[in-house]
Write a protein that binds this ligand. Structure first.
Ligand SMILES: [Zn+2]
Length: 265
């Protein structure tokens, strides 16, 4: 390992770029169940008033159509006026409620259709990608991986096919190169960052690579809800913000992965 002599940042703080990308989102805060019995009682009274007003107006209409003399309160103009106002207001409100429900139903339909369209478009894109990869003998094996649901861009394939390709900075690339030569699955992530399916033996790494500043190994729990949430491990060059993401020894599936560097027999 070359040491550029740059001042190492040995603060030990986790740089912000290392926030694990797939942390489980916090559960929605459980809201106390609101006691809305008051509003539902008021709603029930309102419905009863509208029904009563409707019955009153129907009765009044019957008397008018039959030209019969109207008893009180059917004959009362103020009561008729109030009934007409209450009934009209009730009908207007019912119309608003129906329109709102209709809008919500059509919004749900639209969201469902959008999701369906997105799913079909993704399936078509994946099928076309599989067909293109399968048509070329050099990339046929990646067609099967993409068909299985893995994502392999042209850059990923070029990296995988070129055993000499490296994606990390000058300080980490000897480690990345040795990992690849040892048969460890390494995939480029973003600029200067790769993912390596292995665990790190820091003592062996230091003795074999002189892995000192600006390179350091970090292994921690990015505690979320529980103390042992999000086990995280990586090798990082603090000078270039270049990272080799590895598996934390206590991460699910880590025990089945190779230890790097492997101890000489
Ligand atoms: Zn570096």
């Amino acid at each position: 390992m070359t040491n550029s002599g740059e001042e190492p940042d040995s603060s030990g703080d986790v740089p912000p770029i290392l926030a694990p990308p797939m942390w489980p989102p916090p559960p929605p805060a459980s809201r106390p169940r609101s006691t809305n019995s008051d509003s539902s009682a008021a709603g029930l009274l309102g419905v009863m008033a509208v029904v009563a007003a409707g019955l009153f107006l129907a009765l009044k209409l019957g008397f008018v159509l039959h030209s019969d003399p109207q008893p009180w309160p059917i004959s009362s103009t103020p009561v008729t006026f109030v009934a007409a106002v209450v009934f009209t207001a009730g009908m207007v409100k019912a119309g608003f409620i129906a329109a709102h429900a209709g809008r919500r139903a059509s919004e749900r339909r639209r969201l469902r259709d959008d999701a369906e369209r997105t799913r079909s478009a993704a399936a078509v894109a994946r099928s076309s990608r599989v067909a293109n990869l399968a048509a070329n003998p050099a990339t046929a094996k990646y067609a099967r991986l993409v068909e299985r649901g893995e994502n392999w861009s042209d850059e990923d394939i070029a990296y995988a096919e070129d055993a000499q390709a490296v994606a990390t900075c000058e300080h980490l690339l000897p480690i990345e190169r040795t990992m690849r030569a040892a048969g460890i699955a390494v995939r480029p992530l973003t600029r200067l960052q790769v993912n390596a399916k292995c665990r790190i033996d820091m003592a062996a790494l230091q003795s074999q690579f002189d892995a000192g500043p600006p390179v350091r190994y970090a292994e921690f729990y990015a505690a979320d809800r529980r103390e042992n949430d999000n086990p995280t491990a990586f090798l990082i060059c603090d000078a270039h913000r270049s990272i080799i993401h590895t598996l934390h020894p206590n991460e699910a599936g880590a025990t089945g992965l190779p230890l790097f560097p492997s101890q000489p027999a």
